[in-house]
Design a protein around this ligand. Structure first.
Ligand SMILES: Cc1cc2nc3c(=O)[nH]c(=O)nc-3n(C[C@H](O)[C@H](O)[C@H](O)COP(=O)(O)OP(=O)(O)OC[C@H]3O[C@@H](n4cnc5c(N)ncnc54)[C@H](O)[C@@H]3O)c2cc1C
Length: 447
Protein backbone atom coordinates (compact mmCIF):
# COMPACT_ATOMS: atom_id res chain seq x y z
CA UNK A 1 0.00 0.00 0.00
CA UNK A 2 1.32 3.47 -0.79
CA UNK A 3 2.41 5.70 2.06
CA UNK A 4 2.32 9.48 1.93
CA UNK A 5 5.91 10.57 1.49
CA UNK A 6 5.48 14.22 0.61
CA UNK A 7 2.85 16.92 0.28
CA UNK A 8 1.74 15.84 -3.20
CA UNK A 9 0.52 12.47 -1.92
CA UNK A 10 -2.71 12.20 -0.01
CA UNK A 11 -3.57 8.87 1.54
CA UNK A 12 -7.16 8.63 2.58
CA UNK A 13 -8.18 6.64 5.56
CA UNK A 14 -11.24 4.53 4.86
CA UNK A 15 -13.71 6.95 6.37
CA UNK A 16 -12.42 9.88 4.33
CA UNK A 17 -12.32 7.82 1.14
CA UNK A 18 -15.96 6.91 1.63
CA UNK A 19 -16.86 10.51 2.33
CA UNK A 20 -14.95 11.90 -0.62
CA UNK A 21 -15.10 9.53 -3.55
CA UNK A 22 -13.76 10.30 -7.02
CA UNK A 23 -16.70 11.64 -9.04
CA UNK A 24 -16.81 12.31 -12.78
CA UNK A 25 -17.91 15.77 -13.98
CA UNK A 26 -21.59 14.86 -14.40
CA UNK A 27 -21.74 12.64 -11.31
CA UNK A 28 -22.35 9.39 -13.21
CA UNK A 29 -19.09 7.62 -12.31
CA UNK A 30 -18.11 7.31 -8.67
CA UNK A 31 -15.11 5.43 -7.28
CA UNK A 32 -13.45 5.15 -3.93
CA UNK A 33 -9.68 5.07 -3.86
CA UNK A 34 -6.85 4.83 -1.41
CA UNK A 35 -4.23 7.34 -2.55
CA UNK A 36 -4.24 10.32 -4.84
CA UNK A 37 -0.96 11.80 -6.03
CA UNK A 38 -0.71 15.29 -7.53
CA UNK A 39 2.73 15.52 -9.13
CA UNK A 40 4.20 18.68 -10.60
CA UNK A 41 7.47 17.18 -11.86
CA UNK A 42 8.26 14.24 -14.11
CA UNK A 43 10.20 12.57 -11.30
CA UNK A 44 7.13 12.68 -9.03
CA UNK A 45 4.91 11.40 -11.83
CA UNK A 46 7.28 8.51 -12.60
CA UNK A 47 7.59 7.63 -8.92
CA UNK A 48 3.79 7.59 -8.54
CA UNK A 49 3.55 5.10 -11.41
CA UNK A 50 6.48 2.99 -10.25
CA UNK A 51 5.28 2.60 -6.66
CA UNK A 52 1.61 1.89 -7.41
CA UNK A 53 0.12 -1.57 -7.78
CA UNK A 54 -2.73 -0.35 -9.98
CA UNK A 55 -3.00 3.25 -11.11
CA UNK A 56 -5.05 5.56 -13.33
CA UNK A 57 -4.26 9.17 -14.12
CA UNK A 58 -7.09 11.63 -14.67
CA UNK A 59 -7.49 14.98 -16.38
CA UNK A 60 -10.68 16.99 -15.95
CA UNK A 61 -12.90 13.88 -15.37
CA UNK A 62 -15.04 14.75 -18.41
CA UNK A 63 -15.24 11.28 -19.91
CA UNK A 64 -18.54 9.42 -19.82
CA UNK A 65 -16.91 5.99 -20.04
CA UNK A 66 -15.36 4.56 -16.89
CA UNK A 67 -11.73 5.01 -17.94
CA UNK A 68 -10.19 7.59 -15.62
CA UNK A 69 -10.32 6.07 -12.11
CA UNK A 70 -11.28 2.80 -10.39
CA UNK A 71 -7.82 1.88 -9.08
CA UNK A 72 -6.53 2.20 -5.53
CA UNK A 73 -3.96 4.80 -6.61
CA UNK A 74 -4.99 7.79 -8.69
CA UNK A 75 -2.87 10.51 -10.26
CA UNK A 76 -4.41 13.96 -10.50
CA UNK A 77 -2.70 15.67 -13.44
CA UNK A 78 -3.89 19.21 -12.65
CA UNK A 79 -0.54 20.38 -11.19
CA UNK A 80 1.41 18.82 -14.04
CA UNK A 81 0.31 21.59 -16.35
CA UNK A 82 3.19 23.66 -17.63
CA UNK A 83 4.09 24.67 -21.15
CA UNK A 84 7.74 23.66 -21.27
CA UNK A 85 9.10 25.01 -24.52
CA UNK A 86 7.92 26.78 -27.66
CA UNK A 87 9.84 26.86 -30.90
CA UNK A 88 8.11 29.84 -32.52
CA UNK A 89 9.97 29.46 -35.81
CA UNK A 90 9.00 25.83 -36.32
CA UNK A 91 5.61 25.94 -34.57
CA UNK A 92 6.50 23.20 -32.08
CA UNK A 93 5.32 23.25 -28.51
CA UNK A 94 6.16 20.85 -25.68
CA UNK A 95 3.82 20.61 -22.69
CA UNK A 96 3.26 18.63 -19.55
CA UNK A 97 0.27 16.38 -20.16
CA UNK A 98 -1.92 18.00 -17.51
CA UNK A 99 -2.13 21.37 -19.28
CA UNK A 100 -5.66 22.35 -20.22
CA UNK A 101 -6.53 22.88 -23.86
CA UNK A 102 -7.63 26.39 -22.89
CA UNK A 103 -4.22 27.36 -21.49
CA UNK A 104 -2.48 25.80 -24.46
CA UNK A 105 -4.70 27.51 -27.03
CA UNK A 106 -4.34 30.92 -25.43
CA UNK A 107 -0.56 30.56 -25.49
CA UNK A 108 -0.19 29.27 -29.02
CA UNK A 109 -2.74 31.61 -30.61
CA UNK A 110 -0.97 34.58 -29.02
CA UNK A 111 2.16 33.46 -30.85
CA UNK A 112 0.46 32.93 -34.22
CA UNK A 113 -0.11 29.16 -34.16
CA UNK A 114 -3.05 26.79 -33.86
CA UNK A 115 -4.27 23.23 -34.36
CA UNK A 116 -6.27 22.66 -37.54
CA UNK A 117 -8.91 20.71 -35.64
CA UNK A 118 -10.27 21.33 -32.15
CA UNK A 119 -12.94 19.69 -29.97
CA UNK A 120 -16.01 21.54 -28.77
CA UNK A 121 -14.65 22.16 -25.25
CA UNK A 122 -11.41 23.63 -23.95
CA UNK A 123 -11.57 22.41 -20.34
CA UNK A 124 -10.07 19.00 -21.19
CA UNK A 125 -6.47 18.30 -20.23
CA UNK A 126 -4.10 17.28 -23.01
CA UNK A 127 -3.40 13.81 -21.59
CA UNK A 128 -7.12 13.03 -21.44
CA UNK A 129 -7.77 14.41 -24.92
CA UNK A 130 -4.94 12.40 -26.49
CA UNK A 131 -5.72 9.16 -24.69
CA UNK A 132 -9.30 9.08 -25.97
CA UNK A 133 -8.98 10.24 -29.58
CA UNK A 134 -10.60 13.60 -28.88
CA UNK A 135 -11.33 15.39 -32.15
CA UNK A 136 -13.05 18.23 -33.96
CA UNK A 137 -14.34 18.38 -37.53
CA UNK A 138 -13.31 19.18 -41.12
CA UNK A 139 -12.84 17.41 -44.42
CA UNK A 140 -9.17 16.83 -43.66
CA UNK A 141 -9.34 16.91 -39.86
CA UNK A 142 -7.69 14.48 -37.48
CA UNK A 143 -7.98 13.86 -33.75
CA UNK A 144 -5.59 16.05 -31.70
CA UNK A 145 -3.28 13.07 -31.17
CA UNK A 146 -2.34 13.06 -34.85
CA UNK A 147 -0.54 16.38 -34.29
CA UNK A 148 1.60 14.84 -31.52
CA UNK A 149 5.08 14.30 -32.94
CA UNK A 150 6.95 13.25 -29.78
CA UNK A 151 6.19 12.17 -26.24
CA UNK A 152 7.82 10.88 -23.11
CA UNK A 153 5.95 7.84 -21.87
CA UNK A 154 6.15 6.58 -18.30
CA UNK A 155 5.95 2.82 -18.44
CA UNK A 156 4.65 0.39 -15.85
CA UNK A 157 8.04 0.05 -14.09
CA UNK A 158 8.38 3.84 -13.85
CA UNK A 159 11.03 4.06 -16.59
CA UNK A 160 10.65 6.63 -19.33
CA UNK A 161 10.66 5.99 -23.06
CA UNK A 162 11.07 8.77 -25.59
CA UNK A 163 8.85 8.26 -28.58
CA UNK A 164 8.82 10.16 -31.84
CA UNK A 165 7.18 9.71 -35.21
CA UNK A 166 9.78 7.17 -36.29
CA UNK A 167 8.90 4.93 -33.34
CA UNK A 168 6.84 1.79 -33.97
CA UNK A 169 4.92 2.67 -30.82
CA UNK A 170 3.48 5.95 -32.11
CA UNK A 171 0.48 4.56 -34.07
CA UNK A 172 -0.53 2.55 -31.00
CA UNK A 173 0.15 5.30 -28.49
CA UNK A 174 -1.92 7.99 -30.23
CA UNK A 175 -5.19 6.53 -28.93
CA UNK A 176 -4.36 4.15 -26.10
CA UNK A 177 -6.54 5.18 -23.15
CA UNK A 178 -3.44 5.31 -20.96
CA UNK A 179 -3.19 1.51 -21.11
CA UNK A 180 0.37 1.51 -22.48
CA UNK A 181 1.66 4.00 -19.93
CA UNK A 182 1.23 7.54 -18.70
CA UNK A 183 2.01 10.37 -21.10
CA UNK A 184 4.44 12.68 -19.38
CA UNK A 185 5.37 15.43 -21.84
CA UNK A 186 4.03 15.83 -25.34
CA UNK A 187 5.33 17.76 -28.36
CA UNK A 188 2.93 19.01 -31.03
CA UNK A 189 3.51 20.23 -34.55
CA UNK A 190 1.26 23.27 -34.94
CA UNK A 191 -0.27 24.99 -37.93
CA UNK A 192 -0.06 28.73 -38.64
CA UNK A 193 -3.02 30.62 -37.17
CA UNK A 194 -5.76 31.42 -39.65
CA UNK A 195 -9.11 33.19 -39.68
CA UNK A 196 -12.52 32.11 -40.86
CA UNK A 197 -15.87 33.58 -41.74
CA UNK A 198 -18.19 31.26 -39.84
CA UNK A 199 -21.86 31.10 -40.80
CA UNK A 200 -24.49 29.15 -38.86
CA UNK A 201 -28.10 28.51 -39.78
CA UNK A 202 -30.79 25.82 -39.86
CA UNK A 203 -30.97 23.93 -43.15
CA UNK A 204 -33.55 21.21 -44.02
CA UNK A 205 -32.24 17.66 -43.68
CA UNK A 206 -32.58 16.80 -47.38
CA UNK A 207 -30.63 19.91 -48.33
CA UNK A 208 -27.64 19.44 -46.02
CA UNK A 209 -27.57 15.74 -46.94
CA UNK A 210 -27.30 16.71 -50.60
CA UNK A 211 -24.45 19.17 -49.98
CA UNK A 212 -22.26 18.08 -47.09
CA UNK A 213 -19.70 16.26 -49.28
CA UNK A 214 -19.15 19.34 -51.40
CA UNK A 215 -18.93 21.50 -48.28
CA UNK A 216 -16.18 19.24 -46.97
CA UNK A 217 -14.15 20.17 -50.04
CA UNK A 218 -15.01 23.86 -50.06
CA UNK A 219 -14.89 24.79 -46.37
CA UNK A 220 -12.29 24.73 -43.63
CA UNK A 221 -14.85 23.77 -40.99
CA UNK A 222 -18.06 21.74 -41.41
CA UNK A 223 -20.35 20.73 -38.56
CA UNK A 224 -23.99 19.71 -38.66
CA UNK A 225 -25.87 19.83 -35.42
CA UNK A 226 -28.77 17.58 -36.25
CA UNK A 227 -32.09 18.46 -34.58
CA UNK A 228 -34.12 15.21 -34.49
CA UNK A 229 -37.91 15.47 -34.94
CA UNK A 230 -37.61 18.87 -36.65
CA UNK A 231 -36.45 18.03 -40.18
CA UNK A 232 -33.47 20.36 -39.79
CA UNK A 233 -29.79 20.43 -39.07
CA UNK A 234 -28.00 23.49 -37.70
CA UNK A 235 -25.16 23.83 -40.18
CA UNK A 236 -21.89 25.55 -39.23
CA UNK A 237 -19.57 26.33 -42.14
CA UNK A 238 -16.22 28.04 -41.74
CA UNK A 239 -14.58 29.62 -44.77
CA UNK A 240 -10.91 30.52 -44.56
CA UNK A 241 -10.23 34.23 -45.09
CA UNK A 242 -7.33 36.65 -44.77
CA UNK A 243 -6.96 38.20 -41.34
CA UNK A 244 -7.82 41.66 -42.72
CA UNK A 245 -10.88 40.61 -44.79
CA UNK A 246 -13.90 42.51 -43.44
CA UNK A 247 -16.90 40.40 -42.43
CA UNK A 248 -20.39 41.71 -41.83
CA UNK A 249 -21.05 39.96 -38.54
CA UNK A 250 -24.49 38.98 -37.31
CA UNK A 251 -24.92 38.00 -33.69
CA UNK A 252 -27.46 35.59 -32.24
CA UNK A 253 -30.39 37.18 -30.37
CA UNK A 254 -29.41 37.68 -26.70
CA UNK A 255 -31.97 35.21 -25.36
CA UNK A 256 -30.26 32.37 -27.24
CA UNK A 257 -27.71 32.05 -24.45
CA UNK A 258 -30.50 30.58 -22.29
CA UNK A 259 -30.86 27.58 -24.62
CA UNK A 260 -29.24 25.06 -22.30
CA UNK A 261 -31.31 26.04 -19.24
CA UNK A 262 -34.56 26.04 -21.22
CA UNK A 263 -33.65 22.69 -22.80
CA UNK A 264 -32.88 21.23 -19.39
CA UNK A 265 -36.25 22.45 -18.11
CA UNK A 266 -38.15 20.96 -21.06
CA UNK A 267 -36.27 17.67 -21.08
CA UNK A 268 -37.02 17.08 -17.39
CA UNK A 269 -40.56 16.39 -18.55
CA UNK A 270 -39.39 13.74 -21.01
CA UNK A 271 -38.44 11.50 -18.08
CA UNK A 272 -42.10 10.73 -17.49
CA UNK A 273 -43.31 11.36 -21.00
CA UNK A 274 -40.61 10.41 -23.54
CA UNK A 275 -42.88 11.42 -26.43
CA UNK A 276 -42.81 14.98 -25.15
CA UNK A 277 -39.30 15.08 -26.66
CA UNK A 278 -40.83 15.66 -30.10
CA UNK A 279 -42.59 18.79 -28.92
CA UNK A 280 -39.55 19.94 -26.90
CA UNK A 281 -37.22 19.56 -29.89
CA UNK A 282 -39.56 21.51 -32.17
CA UNK A 283 -39.91 24.29 -29.62
CA UNK A 284 -36.14 24.42 -29.10
CA UNK A 285 -35.61 24.61 -32.85
CA UNK A 286 -38.16 27.45 -33.18
CA UNK A 287 -36.74 29.41 -30.26
CA UNK A 288 -33.03 28.82 -30.57
CA UNK A 289 -32.19 27.54 -34.04
CA UNK A 290 -34.19 29.84 -36.31
CA UNK A 291 -31.78 32.74 -36.74
CA UNK A 292 -28.56 33.13 -38.71
CA UNK A 293 -25.17 33.92 -37.23
CA UNK A 294 -22.13 35.24 -39.04
CA UNK A 295 -18.88 35.65 -37.21
CA UNK A 296 -15.22 36.23 -37.97
CA UNK A 297 -12.70 34.43 -35.82
CA UNK A 298 -10.08 31.79 -35.40
CA UNK A 299 -11.00 28.11 -35.12
CA UNK A 300 -10.62 28.35 -31.34
CA UNK A 301 -12.35 31.72 -31.01
CA UNK A 302 -15.33 31.04 -33.28
CA UNK A 303 -16.09 27.33 -32.83
CA UNK A 304 -15.04 26.11 -29.37
CA UNK A 305 -17.55 26.39 -26.51
CA UNK A 306 -16.04 28.40 -23.65
CA UNK A 307 -18.74 27.96 -21.02
CA UNK A 308 -21.36 25.32 -20.38
CA UNK A 309 -24.35 26.03 -18.18
CA UNK A 310 -25.37 22.45 -17.43
CA UNK A 311 -24.03 18.93 -17.56
CA UNK A 312 -25.17 16.21 -19.89
CA UNK A 313 -24.36 12.59 -20.69
CA UNK A 314 -22.82 11.80 -24.04
CA UNK A 315 -22.46 8.97 -26.49
CA UNK A 316 -20.78 9.27 -29.87
CA UNK A 317 -20.50 6.74 -32.66
CA UNK A 318 -18.63 6.85 -35.91
CA UNK A 319 -19.16 5.25 -39.29
CA UNK A 320 -17.23 5.04 -42.55
CA UNK A 321 -18.10 8.06 -44.71
CA UNK A 322 -19.32 5.85 -47.56
CA UNK A 323 -21.90 4.19 -45.27
CA UNK A 324 -23.10 7.36 -43.56
CA UNK A 325 -26.14 8.13 -45.72
CA UNK A 326 -27.50 4.59 -45.50
CA UNK A 327 -26.95 4.64 -41.73
CA UNK A 328 -28.47 8.09 -41.28
CA UNK A 329 -31.66 7.07 -43.09
CA UNK A 330 -32.10 4.12 -40.72
CA UNK A 331 -31.17 6.15 -37.67
CA UNK A 332 -33.61 8.94 -38.46
CA UNK A 333 -36.43 6.49 -39.15
CA UNK A 334 -35.83 4.63 -35.92
CA UNK A 335 -35.39 7.71 -33.73
CA UNK A 336 -38.42 9.47 -35.17
CA UNK A 337 -40.68 6.41 -35.09
CA UNK A 338 -43.46 6.13 -32.55
CA UNK A 339 -42.86 2.40 -32.14
CA UNK A 340 -40.21 2.81 -29.46
CA UNK A 341 -39.27 5.21 -26.68
CA UNK A 342 -35.92 6.20 -28.18
CA UNK A 343 -36.64 9.91 -28.43
CA UNK A 344 -33.36 11.78 -28.78
CA UNK A 345 -32.66 15.20 -27.32
CA UNK A 346 -31.17 18.07 -29.31
CA UNK A 347 -28.37 18.20 -30.38
CA UNK A 348 -26.97 15.26 -32.31
CA UNK A 349 -23.63 16.54 -33.46
CA UNK A 350 -22.43 15.31 -36.88
CA UNK A 351 -18.74 15.84 -37.58
CA UNK A 352 -16.10 14.61 -40.02
CA UNK A 353 -12.62 13.11 -39.82
CA UNK A 354 -10.05 12.09 -42.41
CA UNK A 355 -8.85 8.48 -42.24
CA UNK A 356 -5.67 7.84 -40.24
CA UNK A 357 -3.46 4.94 -39.23
CA UNK A 358 -3.71 5.08 -35.44
CA UNK A 359 -4.58 1.54 -34.40
CA UNK A 360 -7.51 2.35 -32.09
CA UNK A 361 -8.61 5.54 -33.81
CA UNK A 362 -12.26 5.70 -34.76
CA UNK A 363 -11.01 6.90 -38.16
CA UNK A 364 -8.47 4.08 -38.64
CA UNK A 365 -8.26 3.29 -42.35
CA UNK A 366 -11.37 5.21 -43.39
CA UNK A 367 -12.76 8.70 -43.80
CA UNK A 368 -15.28 8.91 -41.01
CA UNK A 369 -18.47 10.61 -39.91
CA UNK A 370 -19.09 10.97 -36.18
CA UNK A 371 -22.58 11.28 -34.69
CA UNK A 372 -23.22 12.36 -31.10
CA UNK A 373 -26.18 11.52 -28.91
CA UNK A 374 -26.86 13.29 -25.62
CA UNK A 375 -29.30 13.44 -22.77
CA UNK A 376 -29.70 16.52 -20.63
CA UNK A 377 -30.81 14.25 -17.77
CA UNK A 378 -27.43 12.61 -17.08
CA UNK A 379 -28.59 11.05 -13.81
CA UNK A 380 -31.16 9.03 -15.83
CA UNK A 381 -28.82 8.04 -18.64
CA UNK A 382 -29.37 4.32 -18.00
CA UNK A 383 -33.05 4.71 -18.94
CA UNK A 384 -32.40 6.85 -22.04
CA UNK A 385 -33.47 4.47 -24.80
CA UNK A 386 -31.82 6.50 -27.58
CA UNK A 387 -28.34 5.42 -26.41
CA UNK A 388 -29.13 1.73 -26.94
CA UNK A 389 -30.88 2.27 -30.24
CA UNK A 390 -28.02 4.38 -31.61
CA UNK A 391 -25.45 1.79 -30.49
CA UNK A 392 -27.39 -1.05 -32.14
CA UNK A 393 -27.71 0.74 -35.47
CA UNK A 394 -24.07 1.80 -35.54
CA UNK A 395 -22.85 -1.70 -34.70
CA UNK A 396 -24.94 -3.00 -37.61
CA UNK A 397 -22.92 -0.61 -39.81
CA UNK A 398 -19.48 -1.46 -38.39
CA UNK A 399 -19.55 1.73 -36.36
CA UNK A 400 -16.90 2.46 -33.75
CA UNK A 401 -17.60 4.26 -30.45
CA UNK A 402 -15.77 7.31 -29.09
CA UNK A 403 -13.58 5.86 -26.33
CA UNK A 404 -14.44 8.59 -23.85
CA UNK A 405 -18.20 8.38 -24.28
CA UNK A 406 -20.92 6.02 -23.25
CA UNK A 407 -21.29 2.60 -24.90
CA UNK A 408 -22.00 -0.98 -23.83
CA UNK A 409 -19.93 -2.94 -26.39
CA UNK A 410 -17.05 -5.02 -25.02
CA UNK A 411 -14.14 -6.88 -26.63
CA UNK A 412 -16.25 -9.37 -28.66
CA UNK A 413 -18.07 -6.55 -30.49
CA UNK A 414 -15.13 -4.14 -30.62
CA UNK A 415 -12.30 -6.42 -31.78
CA UNK A 416 -13.68 -7.04 -35.31
CA UNK A 417 -14.03 -3.29 -35.87
CA UNK A 418 -10.31 -2.51 -35.60
CA UNK A 419 -7.91 -4.30 -38.02
CA UNK A 420 -5.00 -3.80 -35.55
CA UNK A 421 -6.97 -4.85 -32.43
CA UNK A 422 -4.97 -8.03 -31.78
CA UNK A 423 -1.68 -6.16 -32.23
CA UNK A 424 -2.79 -3.54 -29.72
CA UNK A 425 -3.88 -6.12 -27.15
CA UNK A 426 -0.59 -8.04 -27.55
CA UNK A 427 1.43 -4.82 -27.21
CA UNK A 428 -0.51 -3.80 -24.12
CA UNK A 429 0.14 -7.19 -22.50
CA UNK A 430 3.83 -6.93 -23.32
CA UNK A 431 4.14 -3.39 -21.95
CA UNK A 432 2.00 -3.94 -18.86
CA UNK A 433 1.90 -7.67 -18.07
CA UNK A 434 0.60 -7.11 -14.54
CA UNK A 435 -2.25 -4.89 -15.71
CA UNK A 436 -1.07 -1.93 -13.61
CA UNK A 437 -2.93 0.53 -15.85
CA UNK A 438 -6.20 -1.41 -16.03
CA UNK A 439 -9.29 -0.66 -13.99
CA UNK A 440 -12.17 -3.19 -14.11
CA UNK A 441 -13.83 -1.44 -17.08
CA UNK A 442 -10.66 -1.39 -19.16
CA UNK A 443 -9.77 -4.96 -18.13
CA UNK A 444 -13.07 -6.18 -19.60
CA UNK A 445 -12.09 -4.63 -22.92
CA UNK A 446 -8.33 -5.14 -23.16
CA UNK A 447 -7.21 -7.98 -20.89
C1 LIG B 1 -19.29 18.64 -22.71
C2 LIG B 1 -18.30 17.74 -23.40
C3 LIG B 1 -17.92 18.02 -24.70
C4 LIG B 1 -17.02 17.18 -25.35
N1 LIG B 1 -16.66 17.49 -26.64
C5 LIG B 1 -15.84 16.66 -27.30
C6 LIG B 1 -15.48 16.94 -28.65
O1 LIG B 1 -15.84 17.96 -29.22
N2 LIG B 1 -14.70 16.03 -29.30
C7 LIG B 1 -14.28 14.88 -28.69
O2 LIG B 1 -13.62 14.07 -29.34
N3 LIG B 1 -14.56 14.62 -27.39
C8 LIG B 1 -15.33 15.48 -26.70
N4 LIG B 1 -15.62 15.22 -25.40
C9 LIG B 1 -14.96 14.09 -24.74
C10 LIG B 1 -13.67 14.57 -24.06
O3 LIG B 1 -12.82 15.18 -25.00
C11 LIG B 1 -12.94 13.38 -23.43
O4 LIG B 1 -13.79 12.81 -22.46
C12 LIG B 1 -11.62 13.77 -22.80
O5 LIG B 1 -10.90 12.62 -22.49
C13 LIG B 1 -11.84 14.57 -21.51
O6 LIG B 1 -10.61 15.06 -21.05
P1 LIG B 1 -10.30 15.03 -19.50
O7 LIG B 1 -9.11 15.90 -19.28
O8 LIG B 1 -11.51 15.32 -18.73
O9 LIG B 1 -9.86 13.51 -19.34
P2 LIG B 1 -10.37 12.41 -18.29
O10 LIG B 1 -11.80 12.12 -18.57
O11 LIG B 1 -10.00 12.81 -16.93
O12 LIG B 1 -9.48 11.17 -18.76
C14 LIG B 1 -9.72 10.56 -20.01
C15 LIG B 1 -8.76 9.38 -20.21
O13 LIG B 1 -7.44 9.86 -20.41
C16 LIG B 1 -6.53 9.18 -19.55
N5 LIG B 1 -5.45 10.10 -19.28
C17 LIG B 1 -5.50 11.33 -18.73
N6 LIG B 1 -4.27 11.86 -18.66
C18 LIG B 1 -3.42 10.96 -19.17
C19 LIG B 1 -2.01 10.92 -19.36
N7 LIG B 1 -1.23 11.92 -19.00
N8 LIG B 1 -1.47 9.81 -19.91
C20 LIG B 1 -2.24 8.76 -20.28
N9 LIG B 1 -3.59 8.74 -20.11
C21 LIG B 1 -4.16 9.83 -19.57
C22 LIG B 1 -7.39 8.87 -18.33
O14 LIG B 1 -6.84 7.84 -17.54
C23 LIG B 1 -8.67 8.43 -19.01
O15 LIG B 1 -8.54 7.12 -19.48
C24 LIG B 1 -16.49 16.04 -24.70
C25 LIG B 1 -16.86 15.78 -23.39
C26 LIG B 1 -17.75 16.63 -22.74
C27 LIG B 1 -18.12 16.32 -21.33
Amino acid sequence: MNRPTSEHITRKDDATARAEPWVSWNGNIVHSYDTVVSPSTEEELAEAVRSARRVRIYGNKQSSSDIAAGTETLIDSSRYNRILSFDEEAGRVTVQSGVTLKDLMQEIEARGWTFPCLPDIDTVRIGGALATGTHGTAGDAHPLAEYMVAARLIKADGSIEEIDESSDLMPALRASLGTLGVLSTVTFDLHPLYYMRVEEQAIPDEEWLAHYRQWLEDYEFVRIIWLPHTGYGWVVLGERIDADTPVEERAAPRYVRHRREVSKFLYKRTLRFPRFTRFANRLIRTLFFAHRIVEKGTLYGATVTKSRGSTLELAEWTVAMDRFEELFAKLRNALESNDNDAYAHVPMDIRFLKGDDTWLSTAYGRDTVTVGCVTRNPEHADEYAAFDLVERIFLEHEGRPHWAKRFRAKAPELAPLYPRWDDFVALRRRMDPEGKFLNPYLAEIFE
